[in-house]
Ligand binder design. Structure first.
Ligand SMILES: Cc1cc2nc3c(=O)[nH]c(=O)nc-3n(C[C@H](O)[C@H](O)[C@H](O)COP(=O)(O)OP(=O)(O)OC[C@H]3O[C@@H](n4cnc5c(N)ncnc54)[C@H](O)[C@@H]3O)c2cc1C
Length: 402
């Protein structure tokens, strides 16, 4: 069999079932009852046609498994995200979870730290459980750049062959590891909320919400290594600091050529906010079209300030220019997982739910008792947000003595 997938002419009854199931439009039949033809430039070898063919008329080569020596991939890696030299809390969450995985596999837990003047920061990683820290300390890496950071990680993955590679599902993490996964021919499961090791196969079980949070899907990558996942912020517990704990620090060198990036960072424009960043917040007060105009977000900011919360929004509010995009929660915005999410004047369309339905407690305030948001809400308040929100602010202010 020369092609990775092919149709067995003798067995094919030309029923067209394979054409219908192919999600990529990669199989064509010139006319009814003609022999189907697979376009290999479109085919992703997903196997949907193989499963749909009742006549075993489609043969597919076993993917990569035969060519990869899975046993040669060792250790659990965590990408240590840093901003201006400060290790981000998501890294500690990944170290906490990574420790459990490494112990279950009988492998080492390693962190990868890229930046400039950051070698001293390795102790923060070893004290939280990393056995080895791979550091690339170069002026070109002082600020995150997709191209150079991805190139360095690709080089390190090829050099050390990690078994598992975890990254935060942050703006940086998502942009970075997708590039790495493609180049090292690995799978990537985005936005995981649960990770475990299958005791029998030793495969990584990567659990994430699917279909807008309606089901939890557990995904495995049995034929490729490393097993790569991005992990949602605020879902896993941070690894504790063990005073005096040390590990091995490996300073890696990389070729000048791979540090070159076509994009150049000119400056950083911080957003001036009086409330917390929603990616870090334990409580989020979020507003939608029900707020009617931008000035009314002040009501939410007041409540957020009393609660020490961040302010989120639906896309409708962002599209109307009431609040910047960085506050948008949902499918095309941020995925958040706070302890408490208070949705004010948000209907709860599936695209919004996709970004917040994993929150521990959801409080919905909406004047429409049939609004879909009430289906996912832990507590629902049917009422006018312009009456309810100021009352909540007033009561919390009293209770919290603010
Ligand atoms: C490809 C795609 C991606 C998308 N991505 C996102 C995304 O990332 N995030 C997102 O949010 N949306 C996203 N959307 C849009 C989404 O489909 C909805 O249009 C949007 O979420 C609606 O926002 P909303 O709930 O604020 O507005 P509406 O649906 O108009 O709801 C407003 C709600 O406010 C209530 N209300 C009105 N006045 C009051 C009041 N005085 N007191 C109390 N309640 C009141 C109403 O009863 C209503 O339920 C996306 C859509 C598409 C097609």
């Amino acid at each position: 069999m020369s092609e990775p997938i092919q149709i067995v002419i003798e067995k094919c009854v030309r029923c067209g079932a394979c054409v219908k199931v192919c999600p990529f439009g990669a199989i064509e039949q010139a006319e009814r009852k003609a022999l189907p033809v697979i376009d290999l430039t479109k085919c992703t070898l997903c196997g949907a046609c193989v499963a749909a063919c009742k006549f075993d008329a489609i043969l597919m080569k076993e993917k990569a498994a035969a060519t990869i020596d899975l046993a040669s991939f060792k250790d659990v890696w965590v990408f240590a995200e840093q901003h201006d030299g400060a290790i981000q809390s998501i890294t500690y969450e990944l170290l906490g979870e990574g420790r459990k995985l490494a112990d279950a596999l009988g492998m080492k837990l390693c962190a990868v730290l890229l930046g400039h003047g950051i070698t001293a920061k390795t102790s923060e990683l070893t004290s939280r459980g990393a056995d080895t820290v791979y550091v690339v300390d170069r002026p070109e890496l002082v600020h995150f750049q997709d191209e150079s950071y991805a190139a360095v990680l690709i080089e390190l993955v090829k050099r050390h062959k990690p078994n598992v590679f975890l990254t935060g599902a942050t703006t940086i993490g998502r942009s970075l590891v997708s590039r790495v996964a493609v180049k090292v021919n690995a799978g990537l499961t985005a936005d995981c909320t649960g990770l475990a090791i299958d005791p029998e196969t030793k495969n990584l079980l990567q659990t994430r919400p699917a279909f807008g949070g309606n089901i939890m899907a557990t995904i495995i990558t049995p034929n490729a290594r490393p097993q790569m996942s991005t992990v949602r912020h605020k879902v896993m517990k941070e690894a504790e600091v063990t005073a005096g704990r040390t590990g091995t620090v490996v300073v890696e060198t990389v070729a000048e050529a791979i540090l070159k990036a076509r994009a150049k960072r000119l400056r950083f424009e911080p957003e001036h906010e009086t409330t917390m960043n929603i990616a870090e917040a334990n409580i989020i007060v979020s507003g939608g079209r029900g707020l009617q105009k931008p000035e009314n977000f002040t009501l939410l900011r007041e409540l957020a300030e009393v609660l020490g919360a961040g302010v989120g929004s639906s896309r409708a509010a962002v599209d109307a220019n009431w609040i910047p995009y960085s506050h948008q929660v949902g499918q095309t915005g941020k995925t958040v997982c706070p302890k408490i999410y208070i949705a004010c004047g948000i209907s709860g369309q599936i695209q919004h739910l996709a970004g917040m339905s994993a929150s521990n407690i959801i409080v919905a305030i909406n004047k429409d008792p049939d609004a879909p948001i009430f289906k996912v809400a832990t507590y629902g308040i049917v009422g006018d947000l312009f009456t309810v929100v100021p009352k909540l602010t007033q009561e919390f202010r009293k209770m919290l003595g603010k």
